[in-house]
Design a protein around this ligand. Structure first.
Ligand SMILES: C[S@@+](CC[C@H](N)C(=O)[O-])C[C@H]1O[C@@H](n2cnc3c(N)ncnc32)[C@H](O)[C@@H]1O
Length: 225
């Protein structure tokens, strides 16, 4: 599918899919959205419990894409002394030639080599990006995810239900529920009622939270117990 680049309202670049009229991130700000949904309401929320900081935190990202969420998470881990094992699932990796359009390291005032490393690292193996950030990229379809009690946090960042309704079903959320450890947390930018009900149907306790710029609400689902 054809991929184009566009600059979102906070100055960060995202990928636009003209065939679907869909973006990888919010047009109101890719970095702002990622920080709000995945960092603030996902990882930062998870470490409000002191005991959760004490051991490596396992994160699964549904849709590795541009690597923005992995990059922001690695920077956050460094600043906060966390150890992260990050797994990114992705069926259609971004091409090396496309990476140069992404201006995240410049905007985050972080080394460009570090962002490049996320993309240059090998697939299907654990890559030591830094001493506190290990990245495993898995080239797979989300429907193939069969992990059991393996992750503390899931960043659920699939394209919207308008274009990929099959990724927002009870079947997918059951696989996510099974992949989480007990008291694990799933966050997503979506706030759709049908998505919330699908999450609840498979056992999640779901909260509606204020959304990122341009969105009233988002969802956080917890595997309580
Ligand atoms: C909304 S984008 C978000 C990407 C990423 N989180 C980012 O910040 O750039 C969704 C991602 O899911 C991937 N994707 C779409 N359908 C998929 C599927 N069925 N299985 C695996 N990956 C898929 C796309 O290629 C894209 O990278």
């Amino acid at each position: 599918m054809k991929r184009e680049f566009l600059t979102t309202q906070d100055g960060s670049v995202t990928i636009h899919l003209p065939d679907w009229n869909e973006q990888y991130h919010s047009i109101h700000g890719a970095i702002n959205e990622a920080k709000h949904v995945f960092l603030k309401h996902g990882l930062e929320f998870f470490i409000t419990s002191e005991e959760n900081k004490a051991h490596p935190i396992a994160i699964l990202e549904i849709g590795f894409g541009t690597g923005l969420n992995a990059f922001l998470t690695s920077l956050f881990a460094k600043e906060n002394g966390l150890s992260i094992n990050y797994t990114g699932a992705e069926a259609y990796p971004v091409e090396p030639s496309e990476i140069q359009h992404l201006n995240y390291s410049e905007l985050m005032k972080a080394p460009a080599e570090m962002f490049a490393l996320l993309h240059e690292s090998s697939w299907e193996v654990a890559n030591v990006i830094s001493e506190d950030f290990i990245l495993t990229k898995r080239k797979q379809f989300f429907s193939e995810i069969k992990d059991k009690e393996a992750f503390h946090i899931i960043y659920f960042d699939a394209f919207g239900a308008r274009v990929q309704p099959e990724l927002w079903t009870e079947e997918i959320f059951r696989a996510m529920f099974n992949a989480l450890l007990s008291n694990g947390v799933l966050v997503t930018y979506s706030a759709k009622g049908s998505v919330r009900r699908a999450m609840q149907a498979v056992g999640f306790t779901v909260e509606r939270l204020p959304g990122p710029p341009g969105k009233r609400e988002m969802l956080r689902a917890i595997k309580v117990g």
